[in-house]
Structure formats: structure tokens, C-alpha cells
Ligand binder design. Structure first.
Ligand code: HEC
Ligand code: HEC
Length: 308
């Protein structure tokens, strides 16, 4: 009796798996048969863009006055109380008339084309360590306040969905659709130019460099640095030099001894994967996901070495 049952069960299992394989083959959830269509709720979570004509804005409003309080608490630490930018964090105000300088100051007031970019940017990405944490009315207030810092509205101004499109940014007219046609290179397969015959007509200046690049002194400068130091300077110093958001300050021996006690491996993993500790949030790789794990590890070693 019992053996009959087992056999039946076995046949049943085979049938079951045949059925599921064939149903996978006709399943329309994608070429490889996995994944599922995004639900309306999931799409709504991603579909948060706001356009220059106000499309995508939620109902709501916010005043310069409320914005000032929020800004001091949530933004000034990095962008400065007047939008002047702390350290290398972006400047949000000023810079009018500087666009033709060799080092223009591109701010919301001097450079940006649309108020909607400001609302959208704050809403989706700020504060840097807590993106998408602000209520819609808070975003309206903060947008109003950044406009105020740029002398574009008065101190009693209230920004709302209704009056949104009446606020035009001063540099708008200098943006225009690029009229140049698309061009495509044809890949050379034979009798191609020799490398030495190719003329470089323009180069990109490294950030922070003011004039022509002397690649040799640049290379020498980079060589003189300790391993991990350049990575630190470019990606970590922005918070760890001054202790932004509670970041342990490089050279603060007492703080780093405590942290190093958990082991270098832990510190490195926290730096790579991100870490929320007692004082704040360390974003994965400091928010610079383009750098390699090895580079982050070297930067951590440099930080610990410099804090003994
Ligand atoms: C921990 C530091 C930090 C805090 C706090 C912070 N920001 Fe930022 N903000 C940044 C960084 C870094 C960028 C540049 C991000 C990038 O380029 O990817 C930025 C970019 C911006 C920009 C775009 C500037 C430009 O010209 O490209 C705006 C606008 C802005 N932040 C507004 C805010 C507002 C409003 C708050 C407060 C709710 C805030 N930020 C809080 C670090 C911060
Ligand atoms: C946006 C600011 C910010 C940037 C950029 C940043 N950090 Fe941090 N980091 C923090 C904060 C805040 C903490 C403290 C978190 C806590 O202990 O609550 C921290 C902590 C750390 C720690 C200690 C972790 C532990 O376990 O105690 C290490 C190591 C570290 N960061 C490495 C780096 C490296 C390497 C970089 C550059 C690749 C970097 N950080 C860039 C904010 C930053």
C-alpha cells in the first residue's frame, strides 16, 4: 500500500515539474522568464520628476519663513547659511555675472534655467544623506528659501503649486535647444591614422586647477602623496576634514582609537557598504560609488594612519 502511494507521489511530482516548466516557457514576464511587471504603486514611486511647466508638482505650498528654519537645520551645515557653500559643497546662491569668468560660479541664481529643477533636486536628492525624506510642503519652503537667498523673491513670499510657474530664473534665456545635427563617426578598419598623427585639440581641466595643466608636476604631486591620500582628498575629506554630519575628523586620535578597536576589516566594510552609527550616517563609499573597493580600503588605511 505504502509503496504504491510513494510511486504515485513520484509520478505526481514529475508531472508537476513538467507543468511548471512548460508554463514558464509561455510566461510573458520577460525573455528569461523571471521578473514581474511593475505595479502602479511601484511606478508612482519612481515617477517623481517635475517639469518646467509644473507637470508633476504635488499640491502644496511653503513660505520663505518656514524654509529658513528648515534650511538652517537640514542644509546650512553643507551649503552655508547664505548658500555660500561650506568647503567643497556646492554654492547655491550668488555668482551673478560670473559665467564668462574662467572659473564661473554656477548657482541656482546665476546659472540654472528652471525653478522646477530646484524643487525636483531638493525633493529627490537632499539632504545628501537622507534623500526623499522631506514632506512636499517642506520642499516648497526650501525651494522658496533658496530663491530668497538668490534675491529672486521677497522674505514674505509663499511658493505654491499655483504660482510656481510665475517664478522665472534669470539665466533662462541663455539656454536653447542645441541646433547642431547628430553626427556619427565611422569606425576605421584599415589604413587608419597613426597615433602620432592624431592632434588633441582640447583637454578637460582637472577640478581645482586654474590654468593650463602641467601633467608632469601634476603627476609628481600625486606621487608625493601617501597611498590612499588622493582618494581621501577627493572623496572623503569633504566630510572627514571638518566632521560634517558627525563624521570622525581625521587626526582625532581619541575618536579613531575607539573606532579602530573594532578592527580594520570592520572599518573598511563600513566605508564600502555604508554605516549608521551613534552620530550619523556614513554613505556607502562616501556617496562616490564610482571608486573601487581597493581605493576605499586604502583611504581608510590612510585615515587611520593619520589619526595615531
Ligand atoms: C551632508 C551635506 C549636504 C547637506 C546636509 C545638504 N546637501 Fe545639498 N548637496 C550636497 C552635495 C554633495 C551636492 C552635490 C551632489 C552631486 O553633485 O551629486 C548637493 C547639491 C545640492 C543642490 C544642487 C546644487 C548644484 O548647483 O548642482 C541643491 C539645490 C541642494 N544641494 C540643496 C540642498 C538643500 C535644500 C538641503 C537641505 C534640505 C541640502 N542640499 C542639504 C550636500 C549636502
Ligand atoms: C557625506 C559625508 C561623508 C563622506 C563623504 C564620507 N564619510 Fe565616512 N563617515 C561619515 C559619518 C557621518 C561617519 C560616522 C558615522 C557614525 O559613527 O555614526 C563616518 C564614518 C566613517 C568611518 C568609521 C566607521 C566606523 O565603523 O566607525 C570610516 C572608516 C569612514 N567613514 C571612511 C570614509 C571614507 C574612506 C570615505 C571616502 C571614500 C568617507 N568616509 C567619506 C560621513 C562621511
Amino acid at each position: 500500500m505504502s509503496s504504491f502511494h510513494k510511486g504515485a507521489l513520484f509520478v505526481g511530482l514529475i508531472l508537476l515539474s513538467l507543468v511548471s516548466v512548460s508554463s514558464l516557457a509561455v510566461d510573458k514576464t520577460g525573455y528569461y522568464g523571471y521578473g514581474s511587471p511593475a505595479t502602479a504603486v511601484e511606478i508612482a514611486g519612481w515617477d517623481i520628476d517635475v517639469r518646467p511647466d509644473g507637470t508633476g508638482l504635488p499640491e502644496g505650498n511653503g513660505s520663505v519663513e518656514d524654509g529658513e528654519v528648515l534650511y538652517e537645520v537640514k542644509c546650512a551645515e553643507c551649503h552655508g547659511s547664505f548658500g555660500e557653500g561650506v568647503g567643497r559643497f556646492p554654492v547655491l546662491a550668488g555668482g551673478e555675472g560670473s559665467l564668462t569668468d574662467q572659473r564661473p560660479s554656477k548657482t541656482v541664481g546665476s546659472f540654472w534655467a528652471h525653478t522646477s529643477t530646484l524643487w525636483d533636486y531638493i525633493h529627490r536628492a537632499m539632504p545628501f544623506t537622507q534623500p526623499e525624506s522631506l514632506e512636499d510642503d517642506e520642499v516648497y519652503s526650501l525651494t522658496a528659501y533658496v530663491l530668497y537667498l538668490n534675491d529672486l523673491v521677497e522674505d514674505d513670499f509663499v511658493l505654491s503649486k499655483k504660482n510656481f510657474t510665475t517664478i522665472e530664473l534669470p539665466n533662462k534665456a541663455n539656454f536653447f535647444p542645441d541646433p547642431r545635427p547628430d553626427v556619427h563617426n565611422i569606425r576605421c578598419m584599415k589604413n587608419c591614422k597613426k597615433l602620432e598623427d592624431i592632434q588633441v585639440v582640447s583637454i578637460v581641466l582637472p577640478a581645482g586647477d586654474n590654468g593650463a595643466v602641467d601633467t608632469q608636476t601634476q603627476a609628481a604631486k600625486e606621487k608625493a602623496l601617501q597611498p590612499g591620500e588622493l582618494v581621501y582628498n577627493q572623496n572623503c575629506a569633504i566630510c572627514h576634514d571638518a566632521g560634517v554630519g558627525g563624521a570622525p575628523i581625521i587626526g582625532d586620535v581619541a575618536d579613531w582609537i575607539k573606532r579602530a578597536a573594532t578592527g580594520m576589516l570592520t572599518l573598511k566594510q563600513h566605508a564600502i557598504k555604508g554605516f549608521t552609527g551613534a552620530v550619523g550616517l556614513m554613505p556607502p563609499k562616501g556617496g562616490f560609488l564610482n571608486i573601487s573597493d581597493e581605493d576605499v580600503n586604502e583611504a581608510v588605511e590612510f585615515m587611520v594612519e593619520s589619526s595615531r
